[in-house]
Ligand binder design. Structure first.
Ligand code: HXC
Length: 257
């Protein structure tokens, strides 16, 4: 498929989505949302894909929702436009997603990174929720996922002042899992994605679902989910293969079944 606002590529078992609206620092307009959701759900339905990387340009991962597109809208327009529902489909895909962030990840851009499972940052990355400077607030999880990621006080500092934090502060805060030199960003993100894609898909899906349960539910419910999912994996071929390979001191040959 040809897309207007993104570049899409498959490398081995990894699907790559590169945001590409250079004229607007990859601002997330409606077309870009359709494109990203379509590409990501397509990869998610493909058994040949075991991980996805989402990245932007050197200057910007994404500088937020498209302010020029939103400016004139009413409250009802915003609800009826279903921006939230469609992005939730991205957040709900089963396949793990690595966000590779260089430059600005602001507002909806930071929120898109937080809908991914691992955020790896170039040393040039800048994160923030600057919506307060526009007379609004985060609308795609910035007041919810950010708080769960970095805690109330750090999240409140960012959401209430609209300031940016650099890659080092973002890693220290727990938003970013690794900071790398900008020149190494895509190679490092690719390595992480390749590693995930080499595992057994049923176990990878179960692991992501269990982590999601930890974000979304109570401890008791999350533990119940984890125990069920753990038990269910014992009816897969790959559990028998993984444990046999350990005993036989060889690498496992997973069949995703
Ligand atoms: C539309 C944007 C944009 C955005 C940048 N551009 N961000 N267009 N929406 N969010 C455009 C600029 O208008 C400009 O085009 C071009 O991209 C380059 O940007 P500059 O501002 O000239 O670059 P620079 O001076 O380097 O400043 C970079 C920046 C600044 C600090 C990132 O662009 C900025 O503050 N952008 C807005 C960041 C922001 O407030 N994001 C939150 C959006 S609200 P032209 O053609 O004009 O020169 C949000 C809510 C989420 O995300 C909820 C969703 C439902």
């Amino acid at each position: 498929t040809e897309y207007e606002t993104i570049l899409v590529e498959t490398r081995g078992r990894v699907g790559w989505i590169t945001l590409h609206r250079p004229e607007a620092l990859n601002a997330l307009n409606t077309q870009l949302m359709h494109d990203v959701v379509d590409a990501a759900t397509g990869f998610d339905a493909d058994r040949g894909i075991g991980a996805i990387v989402v990245t932007g340009s050197e200057r910007a991962f994404a500088a937020g929702a498209d302010i020029k597109e939103m400016e004139a809208k009413s409250g009802l327009d915003m609800i009826m436009g279903d921006h939230f529902g469609e992005w939730s489909r991205f957040a709900a895909i089963r396949t793990p997603v690595v966000a590779a962030v260089a430059g600005y990840a602001l507002g909806g851009g930071c929120e898109l990174a937080m809908m991914c499972d691992i955020i790896i940052a170039a040393d040039t990355a800048k994160f923030g929720q600057p919506e307060i400077n526009l007379g609004v607030i985060p609308g795609l999880g910035g007041s919810q996922r950010l708080l769960r990621a970095i805690g109330y006080y750090k999240a409140a500092d960012l959401v209430l002042t609209g300031r940016m934090m650099d890659a080092v502060e973002a890693e220290r805060s727990g938003l970013v899992s690794r900071v790398v030199p900008a020149a190494d960003l895509l190679a490092e993100a690719g390595k992480i994605a390749d590693t995930i894609a080499s595992k057994s898909l049923p176990s990878v899906f179960a692991a992501k679902a269990a982590l999601d349960a930890a974000m979304e539910t109570t401890l008791a419910e999350g533990l119940r989910f984890e125990r069920q999912a753990f038990a269910a994996l014992f009816s897969t071929h790959d559990q028998k293969e993984g444990m046999a390979a350990f005993r036989e001191k060889r690498s496992p040959d997973f069949t995703n079944s």
